[in-house]
Write a protein that binds this ligand. Sequence first.
Ligand code: ZN
Length: 443
Amino acid sequence: MKEIPLLISGGRIIDPSQGADMVGDLLVLEGKIAWLGPGGSAPLQGDCAVISASGMIVCPGFVDLHCHLREPGFEQKETIATGTQAAARGGFTTVCCMANTNPPIDTEAVIEYIKGKTKEEGKVRVLPIACVTKGQRGEELVEMGKLAKYGAVAFSDDGRAVTNSRIMRHALEYSSLFRLPVIVHCEDIALTEGGAMNEGWVATKLGLKGMPAAAEEIMLARDLALAQLTGARLHIAHTSTAGAVELICQAKGKGISVSAEVTPHHLTLTEQRVLGYETDAKVNPPLRTEKDITALIHGLKEGVINAIATDHSPHTIVDKRCEFARAAFGISGLETALGSLLTLVHQDKLDLITLISKLTTEPAQILGTRPPVPYGLGTLQTGAPGDVAVFAPQIDWVVDPKAFASKGKNTPLKGQQLVGKVMATIVEGKIVYQDETIEIKPA
Ligand SMILES: [Zn+2]
């Protein structure tokens, strides 16, 4: 069946990949970006659907390098159906799902399962990240070549660090044969054992065991040294401390092949959110301090940190409604990412173009172009996948977890007003989410 072309008209089109920032029209044809230019001049013949985007931003669909879709194994927390619906509501058109499922993503069978489920129930593109070690036990490497062939886009034992440095070295050596990055969760568990939040005065006040910044920085320093030794590609998950930004900056200066991401919550919330034993603010790495936030934002602007990734970690109410020390780590983040990040733009701490770049073009560059990553991901260049996010930067709304598509209602932002709302999300030319106020008219 031939699809009707989609014209997104009158919006401010921002595509950092080609330095585009203009008010105009964007045409999506047969699932691909066909044209962008001044309003009223699109090369159109016959029927088309029109989204009027005046006053809105039109940009490449967001690419999330780090989310937990929980399926297979933890369907009570999230499924591919609900997680990708949440992604669509958040403006994300591609999400990379982490390997700590049950069974974990360490065989081609699990990758095939995820592909099949995504085809049946997925709203957005799902790219699987495979484990580094079998069962994430840190003992034996997965069959990286085979998993890369079946569609793994990176390797990660996220949730824990690969503690054995020799195994980590081998992981980097093997992954470099396929030019795929190893994504590392930097945590020296000897220093964080029993910890529930950032080590500092708030933890002391609450009588909770802290997780020091040094626990992240020690493991990061080791992994950077191993990346230098092997020449392999290293990607740092959820960077959260000022010291980590400094280490990554130095490593880049030495020519080490490293990229890094930061989450919306580490950019906008401090450890003070935990006051009152707020389990929805319990996350790993923990929320840090104002000083860390300043360094992370500076790192984004200077190109030390390449991408913003949600680390969307949905949990059930039971996982969170318990004593703080026993509550699960994680924040359900896909549906609030844009709204909370726009706070930084409204407060003049970050410019809009940089923000969009860190959500689109730059994470896509980290994924490269090896299949299943499509050519042109994260851009609005002609011939790229017709993946588009349309958002209204000035519309305010109140976070109501009950209205989330995600099964994970665990957000410290509940009841908070955010300014900036996703109005429509388009994947390969198909509208996968639209705000109730958006009208789509025939031309
Ligand atoms: Zn992690």
